[in-house]
Design a protein around this ligand. Structure first.
Ligand SMILES: [Zn+2]
Length: 695
């Protein structure tokens, strides 16, 4: 749950549940079970469910199993899902609910308002599978023709400027805008690394047997895409080798995900003239002109070595190889939205082989998701009207206020931090903007031409709209009302440059936030998530940004050293966890999330205690109030996970696997040991001198 600029920084677009626009294209060709008919309302399940527990397990031995064992047994992973969880299930329930809204909107009745026409026609075009199959490759023939006509390597830049990928992504690298790290009120041009077909640069560089096997499968996938484009098998195979060579070179020059957690690595502001010296073989002025960028002086290049290597590739690879590269990336990116053979190939590699799903999702579900990803703030209007009442907004805002009060108190209590740094931390806390439910002002998509019979075209135009929405920000003041995810998303995030927390209506529904139940499970669950997002402002990465969102050190040197010692405790703890086979969790990559999980739950516990202090709380169903708080916490995260998906996420996901996110937190909380009378030395109770605490 830490999110930066959505277009320029796909690697950062990371959330609780890790649904991001970057993976949206992959997700589209895939995702799971649930109702097969439109749902008239969201189904209800409570935020504390006794049936989800497995009371045969000792909570002091494995608290996650104790709280979620029943859920795991009764919720096997649907064949079209890569994993299954409380979050994932709620999201699927949401999709069934949104489907009803979209089917109604898609009926070509007279007098539809603009928003209804937009979402209805977008969904309708997606659902018209026979039209999509009839169109076949013709849907992407214009960009393929333009690539075929390329006359020279310098002409790549103006062409890449005009070929937008789905969701506003760009070819070869990621280009767009971002907040200036030195002046968070200002948007500037931004360039990030990109251009790879595998999910991360590590896939190209690692030498273990599994990584080699994945690369062999990727080569076969690339070959099949070229065959679908009409190439003979031997040509397609040679093309795949060419793709692998270019991508491997670019991958080696890319930051690792861990290196990207250091914001100073990513801050490299320069003049366009400097950029031209970094990649002289790329015609930047033609690129920016043809992509319709406004005039600007400064661009931040997040990964200079990537752009240096790009120059080497442009100088050494012949024009034909570059044409091959561009052709593949256009076809691969659009595959989920093309005819059945492309959809199937995309599913087979990205979803089935890499992540373990065994079936393609039904088309309606892919189409609802696709509408949400492309026109989220149109669809969101219909959604919040039905599921997010003013009372719900008021009660969740009250919870946010109480968790913030707890953080204020907690900062005051920290025994390791000096008064000077505490003062600054309080300023930062007071500066956090709370955005709850949905945006105050909805995005206007009326300039996107949406046709009821042209699905791939709609994807292209919506992607173009998103890219140019980002580009147009350059030179403009920052819009603090902007959201990076849609109102229907079951997720939340903190953005360090905005210094805001964002909780869409989708994540404030049962069983996560449950207005029918009392505070104990709700504070354990949603209270903990609110605390998690707040703590992100003070994790290894967020703590380097000040109250205004500027990259500015507000710590004394001594306090920073103590902070680093404390985060090292968390890093070492999680590094010791095994994810699958011999793959360990990357304690550095997951550090921010783990610090946020622990801090969040501590804050939620404090806030809950303070709110309920005047009450004489009694046990319910044989569980004490404290036990119910902690079970509520664990049950936000009940999940079943596939080994293949866990393996991929160990490389790409800053979040730890589900069981570690629960057990890894409670072992550090004496409040938990006390609630369940765990004895020192039991697995869920660290000895007092081993406990990690940051915030
Ligand atoms: Zn997070």
């Amino acid at each position: 749950m830490l999110m930066k600029n959505a277009v320029a920084n796909f690697n950062f677009a990371i959330t609780v549940f890790a649904i991001t626009l970057a993976t949206a294209a992959l997700v589209f060709a895939q995702r799971a079970n649930a109702q097969q008919t439109p749902a008239p309302a969201l189904p209800y399940s409570p935020s504390l469910n006794l049936d989800s527990m497995d009371k045969s397990v000792d909570p002091c031995v494995n608290f996650y199993k104790y709280s979620c064992g029943g859920w795991q047994k009764s919720n096997p992973i649907p064949p079209d899902q890569t994993s299954w969880s409380v979050y994932g299930k709620l999201y699927q329930d949401n999709l069934a609910f949104l489907r009803g809204i979209l089917e109604q909107a898609a009926a070509q009745t007279a007098g539809r308002d603009t928003v209804t026409q937009e979402i209805g026609d977008f969904y309708g075009a997606c659902m018209d599978e026979s039209a999509v199959n009839r169109a076949g490759l013709a849907a992407i023939q214009p960009p393929l023709d333009a690539i075929a006509k390329l006359q020279s390597v310098p002409a790549i830049a103006p062409l890449a400027a005009t070929l937008t990928l789905p969701f506003g992504r760009t070819l070869i690298f990621e280009s767009g805008s971002n907040q200036d790290t030195d002046n968070s009120e200002q948007e500037i041009a931004d360039l990030d690394q990109g251009g790879l077909g595998l999910p991360d640069r590590d896939y190209y560089t690692k030498d273990d047997a599994k990584s080699k096997e994945i690369r062999e499968h990727y080569l076969l996938h690339v070959q099949r895409v070229f065959e679908l484009l009409g190439d003979k098998p031997e040509v397609a195979r040679k093309n795949a080798d060419d793709i692998m060579r270019i991508e491997t070179a670019l991958a080696k020059a890319s930051w690792t995900r861990t290196e990207q957690r250091n914001p100073y690595n990513l801050k490299n502001k320069m003049k366009v003239a400097d950029l031209e010296r970094l990649t002289p073989s790329f015609d930047w002025s033609a690129y920016y002109r043809d992509a319709a960028y406004p005039k600007f002086e400064i661009v931040n290049v997040e990964s200079p070595k990537f752009y240096k290597q790009l120059d080497v590739e442009l100088k050494t690879e012949p024009l034909d190889t570059w044409k091959t590269y561009l052709r593949f990336h256009v076809a691969d990116s659009y595959s989920p939205f093309l005819s059945a053979p492309f959809v199937d190939e995309n599913f087979e590699f990205y979803r089935k082989y890499l992540r373990g799903a065994t079936e393609l999702q039904p088309r309606w579900r892919r189409c609802v998701q696709c509408t949400d990803y492309n026109l989220g703030e149109a669809l969101g209007q219909a959604y919040v009207q039905k599921v997010f009442s003013p009372e719900l907004k008021a009660s969740t805002l009250d919870m946010v206020d109480r968790i913030e009060d707890a953080m204020k108190e907690r900062i005051g209590q920290l025994d390791w931090m000096s008064p000077e740094t505490k003062q600054q931390a309080l300023v930062k806390l007071a500066g956090i903007r709370n955005k709850i439910g949905y945006p105050d002002k909805w995005r206007d998509y009326s300039s996107v031409r949406i046709r009821p019979t042209d699905f791939a075209g709609n994807i292209e135009r919506a992607g173009n709209f998103e890219l140019h929405r980002q580009i147009k920000k350059i030179g403009q003041p920052v819009d603090h009302g902007e959201w990076d995810i849609s109102a229907a998303t079951v997720d939340a995030y903190y953005n360090p440059q905005m210094n805001d927390i964002n909780f869409p209506a989708g994540v404030l529904q049962p069983p996560l936030y449950d207005p029918r139940l009392d505070d104990a499970p709700n504070y354990g669950n949603t209270g903990g998530t609110i605390g998690h997002e707040l703590t992100h402002g003070f994790d290894d990465e967020g703590s380097q940004f000040d109250a205004k969102g500027n990259l500015k050190d507000w710590w004394t040197k001594a306090d920073r050293e103590k902070f680093d010692q404390r985060t090292k405790c968390v890093e070492d703890q999680y590094s010791s966890y095994v994810v699958v086979d011999d793959v360990h969790l990357n304690g550095k990559l997951t550090l921010g999330e783990n610090v946020a999980d622990l801090g969040g739950e501590l804050l939620a516990f404090m806030a809950w205690k303070s709110k309920t202090a005047p009450l004489n709380l009694q046990p319910v169903d044989g569980l004490t109030p404290e036990q119910r708080f902690f079970i509520g916490f664990a049950q936000w995260d009940c999940a079943n996970e596939r080994p293949d998906d866990l393996r991929m996420r160990a490389t790409t996901d800053p979040h730890s696997p589900a069981d570690d996110r629960i057990n890894g937190v409670v072992v550090n909380m004496p409040e938990f040991s006390k609630a369940f009378s765990c004895k020192p030395g039991q697995p869920m109770a660290k000895l007092p001198d081993q406990v990690c605490h940051v915030w």
